[in-house]
Design a protein around this ligand. Sequence first.
Ligand code: HEM
Length: 221
Amino acid sequence: MQKLLLHPAAKPVVFVLCLLPLAWLVYATAANQLGANPAEALIRATGDWTLRALCLVLAVTPVRVITATPQLARFRRMLGLFVFFYAVLHLLSYGWFDMGFDLPDILRDIAKRPFILVGSLALLLLTLLAATSFNRAIKAMGAKRWQALHRTVYAVAGLGILHFFWMRAGKNNFGEVAVYAAILAALLGWRLWHRLRKDRVAAHRGGAASRPATPAARAKS
Ligand code: HEM
């Protein structure tokens, strides 16, 4: 498995796999398979794929640690950029089909509908993360500040779920929202647990290092 993940073809294969949802949407549009309201179906489908890509990118670290497969980390940037890619497609389909690219109308809609405002905030953060996902940005910002900025992906997860929840509130249909919320809560919850465990181990080691090793040494100290 580790050899496979390091294979030169691995990244292009993952890239093509990440494009499959778009290929399906283009095909389904051309073949008129999006139902009675294709515009709405496209806005929703691109929103769904943004959230699914977000779950996938947040799953990389837990899977990497739990399966001891460090090679998985090499796909994280690409998957992160695909979250941004589908979010931009989502915004473009809303901007085009719902708003006819009328900017004043879009700005009014952002101010009027809270779920659109929350979606816009999430997209703003995603844009920052995408813009700083290259090595040059990491060097310019320094590892610590870069990591702090990229932890805002957790806020994107929260905003994405709130956006979806508020969008569905009018329809009283929360089934899918609950599934995504549970997946994201598990992925973020694992991080918290892993972090606390690491801190505990470090504190224990630190305590052990500062304590004199033998009873005699302890008696002397
Ligand atoms: C400027 C940013 C955004 C705008 C303007 C926007 C707009 C919309 C609109 C108009 C809908 C459909 C509402 C309806 O059919 O009643 C929608 C649904 C959705 N959006 Fe967004 N959105 C934005 C950002 C995001 C982001 C960043 C995410 C994910 C993190 C996201 C995930 C979703 C999901 C999952 C749905 C529901 C799809 C479904 O019903 O299956 N959106 N959004």
